[in-house]
Design a protein around this ligand. Structure first.
Ligand SMILES: [Zn+2]
Length: 214
């Protein structure tokens, strides 16, 4: 008798548990994984992203910013900012977040490799730090070895993500800001001081350039 009661009890608990899981599952919107930073930072503040260098002297040149068409000084659409770091310079986080992926590949039909560090800020915004170098797998592995983060790490704004490997003078970090997986002008989420900071850098190379062009 006691065994039967016990068995019925277990079945009732199981049925309730499955029901609760089913209802919780239904509450999650399709295709949108929930993102919880467990109180590490305020993920509703969308105007506090910074630059990814710690010192302007680490940037060798500014060739192109963000553009949505070819109507810009560099003459082509470009969905991010290219920071042309000097060799072995520190690359720092523009915003806090969780490292959700490290993409190791080559650009399509190209000898330019990409080590793309993807850091999620909140449910709808993630950042890409794409270490792009024109070289071989050995150099790419060397750039990977110079990363300071791995998937699953949390970073704070200003934390060092990596040191930059510069196999050739064209190499850079392609920095992209994605809102609902669409690239946006990084200015839209930057703090005022940080925007002023990057414009001093940009204007030190080209006095009339904007950060972003439509
Ligand atoms: Zn780029």
């Amino acid at each position: 008798m006691n065994k039967q009661v016990c068995a019925i009890g277990i079945i009732v608990v199981l049925v309730v548990a499955v029901g609760v899981l089913f209802i919780l599952g239904m509450d999650l919107p399709e295709g949108e994984p929930s993102f919880d930073n467990e109180g590490r930072y305020d993920s509703t503040i969308l105007n506090n992203m910074g630059v990814i260098y710690s010192n302007q002297s680490h940037i060798e040149h500014w060739n192109n910013g963000y553009s949505e068409s070819d109507a810009c000084p560099w003459g082509a659409a470009h969905n991010g900012l290219d920071y042309m770091f000097s060799n072995n310079s520190p690359v720092i986080a523009a915003a806090p977040g969780l490292v959700i992926g490290i993409e190791i590949d080559y650009l399509p039909n190209s000898t330019v490799y990409k080590v793309g560090v993807h850091i999620q800020f909140n449910e709808s915004v993630w950042l890409e730090y794409g270490f792009e170098g024109d070289a071989n797998e050995t150099m790419r592995a060397q750039q990977v070895a110079m990363l300071d983060v791995e998937v699953g790490d949390w970073v704070a704004k200003g934390d060092q993500i990596a040191r930059f490997l510069r196999p050739s003078v064209y190499d850079h970090v392609h920095f992209g800001v994605y809102l609902n997986d669409e690239a946006i002008c990084p200015r839209l989420v930057m703090g005022e001081d940080d925007y002023n900071e990057i414009m001093i850098l940009v204007h030190s190379f080209d006095a009339t350039w904007e950060l972003c062009y439509p």
